[in-house]
Design a protein around this ligand. Structure first.
Ligand code: NAD
Length: 499
């Protein structure tokens, strides 16, 4: 059985805790490897080494750090096929989707090439008599990232790129369900020129996460995953005096106005609802058609599109639209929620419950589901399903649809389909959600903007990537200086005014 260890001080190291987790091939249901789960002692030792390595890395000039990022982009492109294969085999997503996952991470590394510019401070000449004032951004020291299974390449790169470019050491604790690509990324960073010890990949579960939360050498933590864990990490991390940003779960609504291009809207819903088997924090899981006529027409367009979806293993290449979900437990949870929707009175107009794939009977495949006549008190509406299940909540008016989206506890992404500029503008202004698409179903901002939700989808006050990431991974220092060039004022006891 293949064993996955940790990446510590520039090499793969076997785990010493004696604890392991199974890593599955979700398409076949087979265990393909076991990954070591680090103990607190392993995490603490790797962190101490990272802190020592950070001193020199933090003092390296920013253009040299940027060159490592530049080389990393080249290496990611070189190894794209290898990375995508490893990613798909553990996650289950199709190869083109895995390449998208890597590409969106790569773009953040590319953004980090701008570190010398992004880290420039501010300067005020002659702020007072003979006085100059300037501010500088310094690394926070050792930062840690705790990442989810659903983007095993993109999210680790969203974290490690800015953290390293800012001069920090970085401890990555990836998902134990998809650990191979993060290990490959660490090896590529080394090949790109990153000094050993500056990036450590510690595989693990709650024990290593708790060790991160309590380690006094770690100054900042970036987390992405489900909301209950986000709340836990935010609370414990902050109470330990760390800078913490946590991005949680989602239930993304899409309003379909009567004037929308319904073919475009139906295509968007199918892509955003079922792509990656719905295992995306920016998936659309609720459709809000406005008006009964719009709802009837939309359902009529959705059904044949959804019934045509091809579900299968990534090895089937272009013949597959989406693959299995990540584990048997994830599959069971999705099907349980589907049953609850039926029991609570929603109309299951596309029923994927009996989906079977010949030759892959033990794989974690879930057929596509479409619910109509969902109401906001149902579990399928309230909970994040994280599977190929789209719920339709029929609305009488735009205000009602907007109200539903605003009242939901999650606020990651949302979209509106309309031809009316006033409605689109009103929606963008009033909605209490972080990322908004206007006739765009998955409005994931590009690397040079920032990514983050509102409400229970995000904890902390800075977003991921873009300029916010350089703020998160640095501390500002402001210096007021005067050289003794003949200014003699005597002792000043009053609070000084620079006039
Ligand atoms: P998860 O919360 O189960 O795991 C995320 C990380 O937390 C993993 O590294 C895991 O090992 C760790 N973890 C799990 N349980 C823990 C515990 N009890 N104590 C400490 N650490 C623990 O999430 P997941 O299933 O890997 O990912 C899916 C979730 O992530 C979904 O809710 C999805 O919406 C969310 N997500 C959010 C974003 C975003 O940017 N908002 C992006 C991607 C995924």
């Amino acid at each position: 059985m293949k064993e996955i260890g940790h990446w510590i001080n520039g090499k793969v190291v076997s785990g010493t805790s004696g604890r392991f987790a199974d890593v599955f091939n979700p398409a076949t249901g087979e265990v393909q490897a076991r990954v070591a789960l680090a103990s607190k002692a392993e995490l603490d030792a790797a962190t101490a080494d990272a802190a020592a390595a950070q001193v020199k890395w933090g003092a390296t000039n920013p253009q040299r750090r940027a060159r490592v990022m530049m080389e990393m982009v080249r290496l990611l492109n070189r190894d794209m096929d290898k990375l995508a294969e490893a990613l798909s085999s553990e996650h289950g997503k199709t190869i083109p989707d895995a390449k998208g996952d890597i590409q969106r991470g790569l773009e953040v590394i590319e953004f980090c090439i701008g570190a010398p510019h992004l880290l420039k401070g501010e300067f005020t000449d002659s702020a007072g008599p003979g006085i100059d004032m300037y501010s500088m951004r310094q690394p926070i020291g050792v930062a840690a990232g705790i990442t989810p299974f659903n983007f095993p390449a993109m999210i680790p790169m969203w974290k490690m790129g800015p953290a390293l470019a800012c001069g920090n050491a970085f401890i990555l604790k990836p998902s134990e369900r998809a650990p191979t690509v993060p290990m490959m990324l660490a090896a590529l960073m080394q090949e790109a020129g990153l000094p050993d010890g500056v990036l450590q990949v510690i595989n693990g579960d709650k024990e290593s996460v708790d060790a991160i939360l309590d380690n006094p050498m770690i100054s900042g933590i970036g987390f992405v995953g489900s909301t209950p864990i986000a709340e836990y990490i935010y609370g414990r991390g902050c109470s330990n005096g760390k800078r913490v940003q946590c991005f949680g779960g989602a239930k993304n609504h899409m309003i379909i106005m009567p004037d929308a291009d319904l073919d475009q809207a139906a295509d968007a819903l199918v892509g955003a609802g079922y792509g990656a088997a719905g295992e995306r924090c920016m998936a659309i899981s609720v459709a809000l058609p406005v008006g009964q006529k719009t709802a009837d027409a939309l359902i009529e367009k959705l059904i044949p599109r959804i019934e045509k979806l091809k579900v299968g293993p990534y090895t089937a290449g272009n013949d597959v639209d989406y693959g299995p979900v990540v584990t048997a437990a994830a599959k069971a949870n999705i099907l349980k929620l589907v049953e609850s929707g039926v029991a609570q009175g929603a109309k299951l107009v596309v029923d994927g419950r009996d989906f079977h794939l010949q030759g892959y009977e033990d794989g974690f495949f879930v057929g596509p589901h479409l619910f109509d006549h969902v109401t906001t008190d149902m579990d399928i509406y309230k909970k994040e399903i994280f599977g190929p299940v789209l719920s339709t909540v029929r609305c009488e008016t735009y205000e009602q649809a907007l109200g539903y989206a605003m009242d939901h506890e999650y606020g990651n992404g949302t979209a509106i389909y309309t031809r009316d500029g006033d409605t689109a503008r009103d929606f963008a202004n009033r909605i209490n959600v972080g990322m908004i698409g206007i006739n765009v179903p998955i409005p994931v901002p590009l690397a040079y903007h920032t990514f983050g939700g509102w409400k229970k989808s995000s904890f902390g006050d800075l977003n991921q990537h873009g300029p916010d990431s350089f703020r998160f991974y640095t501390r500002t220092k402001t210096i007021t200086s005067r050289w003794p060039s003949g200014i003699k004022e005597g002792a000043a006891l009053n609070f000084k005014q620079m006039d």
